[in-house]
Design a protein around this ligand. Structure first.
Ligand code: NAG
Length: 783
């Protein structure tokens, strides 16, 4: 990826430095200079025209257009911008350059002016060390801060409820709410000159006189520090989607990835670049240059890879497709600028400023028009894809049909990124921005909230989510990473019951599901880890650690990030920006396929052939989940051979115990107990009218109250419960204190012989019933 820059031969603001720039559309830019001129640059016609010549005493410093879209709604207000100047004023100016209002704001220069995201407030920062908040019409609301040194730069937080500003070498984050906590830290070894704060991922940029730029999270933790440049960093700006940012210095323009490493360095003849601005669609960058120039740049040579195809954006409207198998090259041309693209599941989806192109082969794309020109995210599933723009989320089929458009209260589509949205054939999951513990779940086909509409709530803030892609929709799972970097797995369709959210990893920094089997890979504590069968945690969580493949991560450089996991190939981006690949054996995927199609013989053969303990552990879990006891027994025995005998001995003998249950229902109930699903086990028995058995499993688990409750309710085996309870208390040398047990033991005599006989009778009744059922079913099947 690099920047393609354009600079006119002669500057338009002759002999004067350009102080600020701002885009109205992706093709039109305003620039202001010390020559008092405001110029308008039309990129389509390449014309530059004078908007207005300001009064001689106005020396502009900063310019910011009023936000165009607010929470998906187009602003009705006429287009205005704020212009700050050296004389302590800010000016509200119209598009034709008329100054509508000038306000005395600070002593000395007004160094920065920024609208908040919904346009309800303006913030100004002054040479006088003050920060003031103004209403939309320019009425003073409050003075937010006052310090002894100039405030060079300010930025709003993602929710417009906090601001970030410079204070000498320090950075300060101050909430608007007076009582809330202020965060302050030393950021640079010189005065900080510029800051920016991205609303999509909440990351902060700073640059200063120490000639460095840095990336921070919003708690002030350093994520990246650049090496020292030759000159101070005079400007920096996040691209709206937060994927990249630009940095300006003397004769220098840099393009960086969000993690801070540099994609490209340009050395244009610009003097110092004092201000940088991205167009709203993120395709264009403009810089205000110290030598009177305005520099334009756009990003080219972005790559997308999938299986044997590598696609490169070669020009703004052109892509090159290379098939690495035969080196065949196709060229794709677009009418308008390419804004976003995605390549997966055999389809290339490209959003330009006006249209969406869907390619299955390279010569006949399907094309449809887009309402809004600023697609900020494309996600693909095998069946359909998701487009996100400033106004909302839309699911389209690969035939170009709009399928659904989920909505929810407080939706802000402009800040959604790939970490907090996930798509599968049947489900869309969105991490809620207003409460980051919450994951909203929608049916992809209808756009309606799933099930009872209750979202999934985790105990901690969630930072990344991913839906698995295979198997029936009823078994759809979501993996989530929370603020502590713990990895959890849970079901998205859980039929009204509280979903079990099970931990499957810790210190996980990046993850991706495989496209063809529900296998998950991730970077766990700097080790590359593959969860061959993550769902095993719901069947037998003891098996989980045995189903992992862990590879030492030392071959990767710092902080690798997983881009995708297609087939057997995992693509990672390393801390220095380079791509590396890791491969996973094909056996686990094959085992998933055999299990899905109940080909247990094949599964056993595969495990015997591969001689891999982790595969046997997967098979044990898969067979248990599918109630395939014979296979489960063999698989458990196989892992038992090399592992500690005691636990494994229990595993296989427990399976024998399950197999020897008098009826199918009892077997099922014990399997459910085995995976910790006690309520389900009890419900299974009660449904089959196996009351004694339901009581007994509660006794086995020391659920005394529940056992007694069932016995009393069904008027049977009250004495059994009392007898076991008595034995239990005796064993621990304790006296009965439970009121209900005291109450019932008064009228009931405990006779162990009688109880034993009754239990025998229950079991033989169960056996007889099961036998007669199986005879009946074999008769029907013969008929
Ligand atoms: C997803 O949809 C595609 C296309 O309709 C289909 O071929 C595939 O089997 C589906 N996958 C699942 C897991 O349902």
């Amino acid at each position: 990826m690099r920047l393609k820059t354009t600079l006119l031969k002669e500057p338009k603001h002759i002999l004067f430095m350009v102080s600020c720039v701002g885009w109205t559309t992706a093709d039109e830019l305003y620039s202001c200079s010390e020559d008092h001129q405001i110029l308008k640059w039309n990129l389509l016609t390449s014309e530059t025209s004078l908007v207005v010549k300001l009064q001689e005493d106005i020396y502009p410093i900063d310019l910011h257009w009023f936000p165009k879209t607010v929470s998906g709604k187009k602003q009705t207000q006429a287009e205005i911008f704020v212009l700050t100047s050296t004389d302590g004023k800010f000016h509200l100016a119209s598009k034709i350059g008329r100054i509508e209002k000038s306000v005395e704001a600070h002593k000395g220069a007004v160094l920065a002016g920024r609208w908040n995201y919904d346009g309800t407030a303006l913030i100004t920062a002054g040479e006088d060390g003050q920060i003031k908040i103004w209403s939309k019409s320019g009425m003073l609301r409050s003075t937010l801060a006052s310090q002894g040194s100039p405030v060079y730069s300010v930025a709003w937080g993602p929710d417009s409820d906090r601001i970030l500003y410079t204070s000498g070498r320090q950075l300060i984050i101050k909430p608007l709410q007076p009582s809330a906590k202020v965060i302050q830290w030393k950021a640079h070894d010189g005065v900080v000159l510029k800051v920016d704060w991205n609303s999509v991922h909440d990351l902060i940029l700073s640059g200063g006189e120490d000639c460095k730029y840095k990336v921070w999270d919003s708690f002030g933790r350093l994520l990246h520090s650049s090496s020292s440049h030759d000159y101070p960093i005079t400007s920096l700006s996040w691209a709206p989607d937060g994927e990249v940012f630009a940095v300006g210095s003397f004769n220098t323009l840099r393009l960086c990835d969000k993690t801070g490493w540099s994609y490209a360095l340009e050395k244009p003849n610009t003097g110092s670049v004092f201000s940088l601005a991205w167009s709203a669609d993120g395709t264009q960058l403009a810089g205000a240059c110290g030598n009177g120039h305005v520099i334009f740049a756009h990003v080219v040579e972005q790559h997308w890879e999938w299986k044997n195809f590598v696609i490169t954006l070669t020009k703004r409207r052109t892509m090159q497709v290379r098939n690495v198998l035969n080196d065949a090259v196709d060229v794709l041309e677009f009418r308008d600028r390419v804004i976003k693209a995605s390549l997966a599941y055999g389809h290339l989806v490209v959003a330009t400023s006006l249209q969406c192109y869907v390619y299955k082969n390279w010569n006949t794309p399907l094309i449809f028009d887009l309402k809004e020109g600023t697609v900020s995210l494309i996600l693909q599933a095998e069946k359909h894809f998701l487009l996100v723009d400033g106004a909302g989320l839309y699911i389209f089929s690969y035939e170009g049909r709009l399928i659904s458009s989920p909505k929810f209260p407080g939706m802000r589509a402009d800040i959604l990124n790939a970490q907090c949205v996930s798509l599968s054939n049947d489900t869309i999951a969105i991490r809620d921005k207003s409460d980051e513990k919450v994951i909203l779940l929608f049916d992809a086909l209808t756009g309606k909230a799933l099930g009872d509409g209750k979202p999934l709530t985790h105990k901690l803030e969630v930072v990344e989510i991913a839906l698995d892609q295979c198997g029936p929709s009823t078994e759809r799972k979501i993996a989530l990473i929370d603020k502590n970097r713990d990895l959890y797995l849970t079901s998205v369709r859980h039929l009204g019951r509280e979903p079990k959210i099970c931990k499957i990893g810790s210190m996980v920094h990046s993850m991706a599901w495989n496209d063809a089997a529900n296998i998950l890979c991730g970077i766990q504590d700097n080790q590359f880890t593959v969860w061959y069968y993550p769902s095993v945690v719901f069947t037998d969580k003891e098996l989980l650690p045995k189903t992992l493949y862990i590879k030492d991560g030392s071959e990767f450089s710092r902080a690798p990030h997983i881009l995708n996991y297609v087939g057997t190939k995992v693509t990672l981006r390393q801390g220095d920006g380079s791509l590396v690949y890791s491969s996973v054996l094909p056996y686990p995927a094959l085992l998933h396929e055999y299990s899905t199609s109940a080909r247990w013989e094949d599964a056993l053969r595969l495990c015997r052939f591969a001689k891999d303990q982790s595969l046997w552990a997967c098979l044990a879990g898969m067979a248990m989940a599918n109630r395939e006891l014979t296979t489960a027994e063999m698989a458990y025995a196989a892992i038992g051979e090399t592992n500690t005998p005691t636990t494994e001995f229990i595993d296989t003998s427990y399976i024998n115990f399950i197999k020897e249950q008098p009826s199918k229902e009892s077997s099922l109930a014990h399997m459910l107990m085995f995976s910790g699903q006690v309520q389900e086990a009890e419900a299974t028995l009660l449904q089959a009218a196996l009351i004694y058995q339901a009581i007994q499993i509660n006794i086995d688990l020391f659920n005394w109250e529940r056992a007694l409750e069932l016995a009393v309710k069904h008027k049977t085996h009250v004495d059994t419960v009392l007898a076991y309870r008595e034995k239990f208390l005796q064993k621990f040398g304790r006296k009965e204190t439970n009121k209900r047990f005291l109450q019932y033991s008064e009228g009931v005599e405990v006779d162990w012989e009688k109880i034993q006989a009754k239990i025998e009778m229950e079991l033989s009744k169960e056996r007889e019933k099961a036998a007669s059922l199986s005879v009946r079913s074999s008769v029907t099947s013969r008929r």
